[in-house]
Design a protein around this ligand. Structure first.
Ligand SMILES: C[S@@+](CC[C@H](N)C(=O)[O-])C[C@H]1O[C@@H](n2cnc3c(N)ncnc32)[C@H](O)[C@@H]1O
Length: 302
């Protein structure tokens, strides 16, 4: 996905897009900080590591957004001291509000992943979810992750779009787009009204994503920065097709008109297919065809 924008323009677009998205981000993506959210995030960490996780001492999340990963991991008892960084102050403001509501202590720092304002060896875990694909220079970012990790520390990323998974997911998205008018008639929903004047997130949506990865590219970015024991896995195939088809239909309608029964069907169906992916497909098919890629690696011990 080569970008025509300069790295500074990509960073600026990310700040503006996510500052605007911050106040409706959790609702849009169904982010949960209860038992469901904790189990989702702990399961991703388990899957990425390929083992039961042990408690990490000091963690740094890059592109932490509203706190989906760090706050849930803290609640699940998997991290002790959480530092959350993001290039968007708006997202961190929402994260602090979420942390206050949950009674959690976190440090928040506005920072670009390519230039982290932390001393060498400050953390035992550097993590992120759905952030690497926004970063213009991945080699610089991985060099920073390696520098701020203590020797023997772990880097862990999840939710990164895979190039072939993205191509496959375009099919259900296109189908759902074509069927959207019929679907809206069936559920008696009006078309989505235009966004309020001044909302720039729709216009910026197409420029904030700058990569979709082949597994080998992600692994190479980590190895190039000196990481060892690099492991890249894939997750979500049929669950993702189902999820994108439903999301495309829903995005075409006024959210207030979408029937509750439909939302329950979409949510339960997604969970069911996620279980099918997990138990049958993820261990048998190549990571490249799944929609999301996960990476873990270790900074070599001193
Ligand atoms: C798709 S959101 C994911 C947020 C959160 N990790 C989650 O899973 O809900 C991507 C996040 O990365 C942040 N981001 C984008 N570019 C960044 C950069 N160069 N450095 C640090 N954060 C960045 C955005 O501001 C946004 O909060």
């Amino acid at each position: 996905m080569p970008s025509v924008l300069s790295p500074d323009q990509i960073r600026d677009a990310n700040v503006r897009y996510h500052d605007v998205a911050a106040d409706h981000y959790d609702a849009k993506w169904g982010i949960d900080f209860g038992e469901i959210g904790q189990e989702q995030v702990a399961a991703k960490v388990r899957k990425a590591l390929g083992r039961e996780p042990t408690r990490f001492g000091r963690s740094l999340e890059v592109g932490a957004g509203t706190g989906y990963f760090s706050l849930n991991l803290q609640r699940a008892g998997l991290i002790e001291h959480a530092t959350c960084s993001d290039i968007s102050e708006g997202m961190l403001e929402t994260l602090r509000a979420n942390a206050r509501e949950l009674g959690l202590q976190v440090e928040t720092v506005v920072a670009d992943a390519e230039c982290l304002p932390f001393a060498d060896g400050s953390f035992d875990l550097v993590l992120g979810h759905a952030v690497l694909h926004h970063i213009p220079d991945l080699s610089r970012a991985f060099a920073e992750f390696e520098r701020v990790l203590a020797p023997g520390g772990t880097v862990l990323f999840a939710g990164e779009p895979s190039r072939y998974g993205d191509v496959l997911a375009a099919v259900p998205k296109r189908l759902a787009s074509a069927l959207a008018p019929l679907w809206r008639r069936a559920v008696r929903a009006a078309p989505l009204p235009p966004p309020p004047a001044g909302r720039q997130d729709a216009a910026l949506e197409g420029v904030v994503d700058v990569h979709a990865f082949a597994p080998a590219e992600l692994a190479e970015a980590a190895r190039g920065a000196g990481f060892r024991d690099v492991r890249v896995t894939g997750e979500e195939l049929v669950a993702n097709w189902f999820g994108w088809a439903n999301r495309t239909l829903e995005a075409s309608a006024d959210p207030d008109d979408i029937p509750w029964a439909w939302r329950i069907y979409a949510h339960r169906g997604y969970l069911l297919l996620q279980a099918l992916d997990r138990t049958l497909l993820e261990s048998r098919l190549p990571p490249a065809i799944f929609y999301n890629l996960m990476l873990t690696a270790r900074r070599p011990p001193a």
